[in-house]
Design a protein around this ligand. Structure first.
Ligand SMILES: [Ca+2]
Ligand SMILES: [Ca+2]
Ligand SMILES: [Ca+2]
Ligand SMILES: [Ca+2]
Length: 420
């Protein structure tokens, strides 16, 4: 088995360690804690003025690098492992939830509407939450609900939202083994979304929702995969949701193809890079098939695969260097040229890599930014309502989230007043 030495101290290459988190942690006081001071990171003034002069002089530069305002750090719980975005309080903007391994809580940070966030409210869950998802499970109320995968507690917690940012008393659904990831989707064509969960290191199950209060458990498959992440999408274009589990130890993504009636074919492996860790689906090369970007933790890369339909679903197109410990990937247009770009959170390096898209499914070399503190997850969405996608880094060592607001405002135009 190819296995790179991992600098992530709590991860060892055993099946148990898919769940990379043990009960013993170094004293948090030994970790450098980022200072929560909002910073405005834009082009230096001189560069801005040169850019303005070039524009005024009729020299058009190529696609700009994305600019970000921030990071602005907001405390979450200790050792957050995953996050999700959704409009939890129903006011039209995206809020943040994180699953916090240390204190056994979920943090909810409500958006003030402008991409700034109120202080976190923390909700207890059974032991060792590792993943969180947001979706409307109680279909009649239209309020987003919260689902949490608990590894130590071997359960899935469901928090039904009250629509104002608060939740009803959660229900914890027991599993036979620790959960590693959750995702929400309607997998059986029923009246309501369901909850997919990976557990026990190599098993997949579904909690089928009735849209009111209840879920019925179904074990779908026991495979050979080791997934810390679960993605949902229709990879073969047949109108039915499929599940994608990146397999940390086979350098591939396991695809379970849904038939829309609650049954899944597979898993079918599709190639990625060493220690595939997270998958994002998006249209990247302009055809009708959905494509895939994978963050590969061991290879420090992001792989891009184009959708082919069945039988293999994807064809690996290219491998791009990211940063040390690539752990999460988001696809969005960050530099406002209408082409999808890639953002990768790198755990070991504590960096964010941005790869500008060329519009045909290929990408420019990564530009690295020193954002985050051992980021374990990366979330993309328009947080400040200006139409472009912003980013949230979930920082394992920082015990916080870093909010980066995408800034594509035009360069300042500088007028020289001449002699006075
Ligand atoms: Ca909101
Ligand atoms: Ca499908
Ligand atoms: Ca772009
Ligand atoms: Ca935005």
């Amino acid at each position: 088995m190819r296995m790179r030495a991992l600098t992530e101290p709590e991860r060892t290459p055993t099946l148990r360690s898919v769940c990379p988190h043990t009960e013993s942690f170094p004293d948090a006081e030994t970790f450098p804690m980022p200072i929560s001071v909002p910073q405005r990171r834009r082009l230096p003034l001189l560069a801005t003025r040169i850019g303005a002069l070039l524009l005024l002089g009729g020299i058009l530069p190529g696609p700009a690098e994305a600019g970000f305002i921030g990071p602005t750090n907001y405390p979450a719980g200790q050792y957050p492992l995953a996050g999700a975005l959704g409009d939890i309080d129903g006011d039209g903007d995206l809020d943040i939830a994180t699953a916090n391994w240390g204190p056994n809580t979920v943090s909810v940070l409500l958006n003030n509407g402008d991409g700034t966030f109120a202080a976190a409210t923390n909700y207890p869950v059974p032991e060792r939450p590792v993943d969180v998802a947001i979706g409307n499970l109680q279909v009649l109320d239209n309020f987003p609900d919260l689902v949490v995968a608990n590894q130590g507690g071997s359960s899935v917690s469901v928090f039904f939202g009250n629509g104002d940012g608060s939740f009803a008393t959660p229900t914890h659904y027991p599993l036979t083994h620790g959960a590693t990831a959750v995702a929400i989707g309607n997998f059986n064509g029923g009246s309501a979304p369901d909850i997919a969960v990976t557990y026990g290191g190599n098993s997949l199950g579904i909690l089928y929702g009735d849209g009111v209060l209840n879920f019925a458990w179904d074990h779908v498959a026991t495979g050979t995969f080791v997934a810390e992440n679960l993605s949902v999408g229709d990879v073969n274009g047949n109108g039915h949701l499929d599940l994608l589990a990146p397999d940390f130890y086979s350098d591939s993504v396991m695809i379970y193809s849904g038939n829309g009636a609650g049954e899944f074919l597979g898993p079918t492996p599709t190639a990625a890079g060493m220690n595939a860790r997270a998958v994002t689906l998006a249209h990247l090369n302009g055809d009708s098939m959905v494509d895939m970007a994978v963050a590969n933790f061991g290879a420090d890369t992001v792989t891009v695969s184009f959708g082919t339909g069945t039988p293999s679903y994807f064809q690996l197109s290219a491998t791009y260097p990211a940063g040390d410990g690539a752990k999460a990937v988001v696809v969005a247009d960050f530099n406002a040229d209408n082409q999808s770009d890639l953002a990768v959170a790198n755990y070991n390096a504590s960096t964010l890599s941005i790869l500008n898209g060329n519009g045909n499914g290929t990408f420019a070399p990564a530009v690295h930014h020193s954002y985050g503190s051992k980021p374990t997850d990366l979330l993309g969405g328009d947080l400040d309502g200006d139409g472009d996608s912003d980013l949230v880094l979930v920082n394992y060592y920082g015990a916080n989230v870093s909010v980066l607001l995408t800034d594509n405002s035009p360069p300042d135009v500088v007028f020289f007043s001449g002699f006075e």
